[in-house]
Ligand binder design. Sequence first.
Ligand SMILES: *Cc1c(COP(=O)(O)O)cnc(C)c1O
Length: 257
Amino acid sequence: MSRPTVAHIDLGALAHNARAIGAFMAARRGAAAPALVGVVKADAYGHGAVPVARTLVGAGAAMIACADIEEGVELREAGIAVPILIFGPFSLGDMDAVFDASLTPTVMTPTSARRLQAAAARRGVRLACHLGIDTGMHRLGLRHDNLARTVPEVLAAPNLDLTGVYTHFATADAPGDALFAAQCRNFDLAMQTLTALGVKGCVIHAANSGALLAEPATWFDLVRPGILMYGVAPRAFEGRIDVKPVMSVRSRVAAVK
Ligand SMILES: *Cc1c(COP(=O)(O)O)cnc(C)c1O
């Protein structure tokens, strides 16, 4: 028995949204517009990670990002060939898959850097990873005000290649929010500190959907919109960009009164 209720996923709308985001940035930056990271964590916000990732790569996404190693493995096994960035923390047991599936993990703590270094050394390979900076969201990442203590060890790790640096905003979808402004400042200062510590040649990224729409100064080299790609603009920014809902739920009307 099945109910006559179905969630439709419109991959054409998804590709349209990815192009609309590209056009929004190109209108302000021209050829210097940042590249797109397709955020497909949590099964692509319930839209189906593999078909969504394929569509986004087809629409020009330079990188795909997901929450954990298991999600990354599923995407790699489905043939996604672009770099796959893992946002979330990982445990020792997951480590093999980082190498087998060529995933790009995020260094979030000194301990995670040590584990990645040890695992890469055991295999005799170099591992590309991004550095996650906590600029005030207080979820994951190295503290922005403590980098001179934590980063030298990561830089000195002989088997780790730092290829990216990023932060994540808690409140970018609220115009004029003080925490968003503070996080922007903290990230700029963190980048200065990292440069002084010798970090170079990294891609820099910060913007989620809210920041992408609110503040071009957060765009850097890559942007990471999630909800906007699925067709939902944060309420304060509705109408600023032409995105279409990707999911629609349809059912049979049981009664009209
Ligand atoms: C979820 C997530 C995003 C995308 O956020 P949206 O608000 O959906 O645009 C970007 N970066 C990180 C680290 C995330 O976890």
